[in-house]
Design a protein around this ligand. Structure first.
Ligand SMILES: NC(=O)C1=CN([C@@H]2O[C@H](COP(=O)(O)OP(=O)(O)OC[C@H]3O[C@@H](n4cnc5c(N)ncnc54)[C@H](O)[C@@H]3O)[C@@H](O)[C@H]2O)C=CC1
Ligand SMILES: O=C(O)C1=N[C@H](C(=O)O)C[C@H](O)C1
Length: 243
């Protein structure tokens, strides 16, 4: 496939390495405004840019008939609008807050654990994420996905970042606490913890590098080729069928 990399930073460069190893061609890469003439000659676009640019990049691709794999976090207020644009232009789209196989299995574990602990409100849940100091958004997109899945099974009314009272979502009547920690060179670590007076149950995913995110994004792009519509990583990894 001829791939456009929208965002050529840490992830764009890792995706280039993995896509090339898998026999793809990088036909276009950019860190700024899109060149529509070159972009429309590509088979697919992979957007790992910045929150402010993602929506425009993605909808420009749909307008040009270029399917999109998007991993940029921090722009999800506009996700529904992006879906509408994809459907309007009969294009194809996959968004994931995390493309790695390990995290997508971890998402399944999180949903299962939240369901198992539903009858036991004495276990208080919390989330922690650790990322590198260059990360622009907090909490991470992955932590928000974990929180949303957990809250679908448990009696929390919203989530709140423990280290910044301004950052929250939903009602604070019974908030789920998320702690975001920033340390040099950490690719991404997430914990879900349940604590009672008697004991604690924790699950953790730690990325050792960015390769898993990049491989997942390239596999998603390969899977999306020739399809039309809106998909997610559960579709790509066939996780619906494994339940
Ligand atoms: N879904 C997933 O699996 C993962 C998602 N991410 C997310 O991907 C995004 C990028 O992460 P990194 O590569 O670490 O960041 P980065 O800061 O290294 O790269 C972002 C690049 O986008 C460029 N950029 C700025 N404006 C642009 C525009 N208008 N169009 C295209 N590019 C533009 C910047 O110059 C920069 O080079 C972040 O939102 C991050 O949270 C990161 C890792 C995994
Ligand atoms: O910015 C990052 O680096 C990462 N961002 C994603 C997120 O916000 O969850 C995925 C991964 O954790 C790395």
């Amino acid at each position: 496939m001829k791939i456009a990399l929208l965002g050529y930073g840490r992830m764009g460069k890792t995706i280039e390495k993995i896509a090339t190893e898998r026999g793809h061609e990088i036909g276009y890469k950019t860190n700024t405004k899109l060149d529509e003439e070159i972009l429309k000659q590509q088979d697919i676009a992979i957007d790992f840019s910045i929150p402010e640019a993602a929506f425009d990049n993605i909808t420009t691709c749909f307008k040009l008939g270029v399917p999109v794999v998007s991993g940029t976090t921090g722009w999800l207020d506009h996700l529904e609008e992006a879906h509408k644009s994809c459907l309007k232009h009969k294009s194809a789209f996959i968004y994931a807050s995390n493309f790695s196989l390990g995290v997508n299995l971890f998402f399944e574990l999180n949903r299962k654990l939240a369901q198992l602990l539903q009858p036991y409100p004495n276990y208080k849940a919390s989330l922690t994420e650790v990322h590198h100091t260059k990360k622009l958004d907090q909490p991470s997109g992955t932590a928000i996905s974990l929180a949303e899945d957990l809250m679908a099974q448990q009696a929390y009314t919203g989530w709140q970042l423990t280290n910044d009272n301004q950052i929250k979502s939903g009602s604070l009547a019974k908030p789920l606490a998320i702690t975001a920690i920033r340390e040099e060179n950490v690719p991404g670590t997430h914990w879900v913890n349940y604590k009672s007076e008697i004991d604690e149950i924790s699950i953790k995913h730690k990325a050792n590098s960015r390769d898993g995110f990049a491989l997942g994004a390239v596999v998603a792009a390969e899977w999306l080729e020739g399809k039309q519509g809106i998909f997610n990583m559960q579709d790509v990894l066939n996780l619906h069928e494994k339940k």
